[in-house]
Write a protein that binds this ligand. Structure first.
Ligand SMILES: NC(=O)c1ccc[n+]([C@@H]2O[C@H](COP(=O)([O-])OP(=O)(O)OC[C@H]3O[C@@H](n4cnc5c(N)ncnc54)[C@H](O)[C@@H]3O)[C@@H](O)[C@H]2O)c1
Length: 300
């Protein structure tokens, strides 16, 4: 039997932890010894409104089970809000070892009908909400000598989904933030990864507390990734339905013309098959590495 994973002495900040998958992270981290900041604005799924009930209820649940938690009701959508959320952890518990940026809303619309408001609101909560909390947490972790950050992406961002251009753009922006932050964080012992949850929650239109579709099923991968024993960084995982898998960005070998050739659009059209072929793809973990396949062609 593996040693139980313990989070004694760790401080965790979880945004959007008043319900869904965020609540599951908060309950289990607290049950395993972490001191938790339970942030939630408590609004509707489209981001309108607000209430202290959701975060307060999760804190009450944690305390009833003998855990330690404090609520925070700020919105992640502004830099000031994000700063206050992380400051709550520093002021109440003396640090911030773990950040799980999870808060989210939906404003689904087909692209032609998407209003500026529905675009901005989604970018603000997801993309700005990841920056607004990750930056103060990252600064604190740097000073403390390390930490763990999980940002929340989505299969809709990674792969696309009808009616979600705003959400997909925000979620893929978060992926880019994670990639570069993991490279910067490596110098300071800060690991940064992305989770793409799959669960029945109020956001996906069918809350379920039990079974493999419940948000609980996302939690084990996230807890394993933020435990001090895990050194994985820069990676993206889908989790839910009791299924755990990695998604990654890869590059195909492609086609290269001779170094001194003047390539025409017709040349490209004639080589679409080779340019598009995915055989022999490789995972790319740094922008500089993406030029390396060219060396193979130049060797010939
Ligand atoms: N459930 C899924 O299948 C699924 C799939 C892909 C991605 N996700 C992502 O997972 C995350 C959690 O979603 P969920 O399914 O648990 O939904 P949820 O609605 O149950 O949880 C999201 C929480 O974020 C809170 N929130 C919204 N705006 C906020 C703000 N500005 N500041 C602070 N809190 C705010 C909400 O009040 C809510 O409690 C989201 O980022 C979502 O996009 C979920």
């Amino acid at each position: 039997m593996a040693q139980p994973m313990n989070f004694d002495g760790k401080v965790a900040v979880i945004t959007g932890a008043g319900g869904g998958v965020g609540r599951q992270y908060a309950l289990e981290l607290a049950a395993r010894g972490a001191q938790v900041v339970v942030n939630d604005l408590g609004g509707a799924t489209d981001g309108t409104g607000g209430s202290e009930t959701a975060a307060a209820q999760v804190v009450a649940e944690i305390e009833k089970a003998g855990g330690v938690a404090v609520p925070n009701f700020d919105s992640v959508a502004t830099l000031e809000g994000g700063q206050r959320i992380v400051d709550t952890a520093i002021e109440r518990f003396g640090g911030c070892d773990i950040l799980i940026a999870n808060a989210g809303i939906l404003r689904d619309k087909s692209f032609a009908k998407l209003s500026p408001e529905d675009l901005q609101a989604v970018l603000d909560v997801h993309l700005m909400g990841s920056f607004s909390t990750a930056q103060p947490a990252f600064r604190q972790m740097k000073e403390a000598g390390g930490g763990k950050i999980i940002l929340t992406t989505s299969s809709s961002g990674l792969f696309g989904n009808f009616g979600q251009t705003n959400y997909s753009a925000a979620k893929m922006g978060i992926w880019g933030l994670m990639r570069t932050l993991s490279i910067e964080g490596a110098r300071s012992n800060i690991q940064v990864n992305c989770i793409a949850p799959a669960a029945a929650t109020r956001l996906t239109g069918g809350e379920s507390e039990t079974g493999s579709t419940s948000p609980r099923s996302v939690m084990p991968l996230v807890l394993a990734a933020v435990h001090e024993s895990c050194s994985i960084t820069g990676e993206t995982f889908m989790a839910g339905y009791n299924w755990y898998t990695r998604c990654f960005m890869a590059q195909a070998p492609g086609w290269a013309a001779a170094e001194n050739a003047e390539v025409s659009p017709e040349d490209v059209a004639a080589h679409w098959d080779q340019i598009r072929a995915t055989d022999g793809f490789r995972e790319i973990d740094h922008a500089l590495v993406s030029m390396e396949p060219l060396k193979e062609f130049r060797k010939e």
